[in-house]
Design a binder for this molecule. Structure first.
Ligand SMILES: *Cc1c(COP(=O)(O)O)cnc(C)c1O
Length: 221
């Protein structure tokens, strides 16, 4: 028994009301934990470390949709490019270009989200809002055919202050809406925000994809 099933049902209920997708964050947890949730019908799983993801992907069912949610180094994109469903943490044009290169090699368009720096903290990665509002960014991105920009991802401040967290999520939703008007592509439709501690706030501010680990699988060491 790895999964808190009651919690899973509660999360699913909240998300269904808002048409949001749950990415179950299984980093550091054993393949058996994933298998257990898979057995309950779940297919979207998120991992943070390339080697761990590659090992798990090889051992687990092929219809799992693997989300890479960690900080990705350009030189490691090639290991996950053949199978990854969605890369959440694209934080530079250089990384986006490398994903496109690997997409081309693998004969597929790889789905990605652009990570935006919204937290009141230095340590979190991501583009600034101004980078993404600049037309030259989108001109260069549009030239990359083997990558599909599906939307945005952000992490709020690690804080008990839910009003601060709410404000950060609201800012990201506003940016998402602006870019949707600007980009005008149907597949630009994912807003990944919210984790165990703040997913309810995120969903109430317009998130349609949450990444939840510890309240499902238990605390990580
Ligand atoms: C670990 C992680 C999560 C899940 O965090 P929990 O607090 O365990 O729900 C979500 N997003 C990212 C980017 C993470 O690294």
């Amino acid at each position: 028994m790895y999964i808190n099933k009651e919690q899973y049902r509660r999360i699913k209920e909240t998300l269904e009301k808002n048409a949001a997708t749950l990415v179950a964050v299984s980093k550091i947890k054993p393949a058996e934990a994933i298998q257990e949730l898979y057995g309950m019908g779940h297919r979207d799983f998120g991992e943070n470390y390339v080697q761990e993801l590659v090992d798990k992907q090889a051992r687990l069912p092929p219809d799992i949709r693997w989300h890479f949610i960690g900080h990705l180094q350009s030189n490691k994109v090639k290991y996950i490019a053949p199978f990854v469903h969605l890369i959440h943490g694209i934080d530079s044009l250089k990384l986006l270009e490398e994903v496109a290169k690997q997409g081309l090699k693998n004969g597929r368009a790889i789905g990605v989200l652009l990570q935006v720096h919204i937290a009141d903290e230095e340590s979190k990665f991501g583009f600034d809002e101004a980078d993404l509002l600049s037309p030259p960014f989108w001109e260069r991105a549009a030239a990359l055919k083997s990558v599909e920009i599906r939307g945005l991802m952000g992490m709020a401040s690690f804080s008990d202050d839910q009003e601060l967290v709410r404000k950060e999520f609201r800012g990201l939703k506003d940016l998402f809406d602006k870019l949707k008007d600007q980009v005008r592509q149907d597949h630009f439709n994912i807003l990944s925000m919210g984790m165990s501690a703040d997913y309810k706030t995120a969903v109430s501010e317009g998130s349609n994809m949450v990444r939840i680990g510890s309240i499902l699988f238990g605390q990580r060491p």
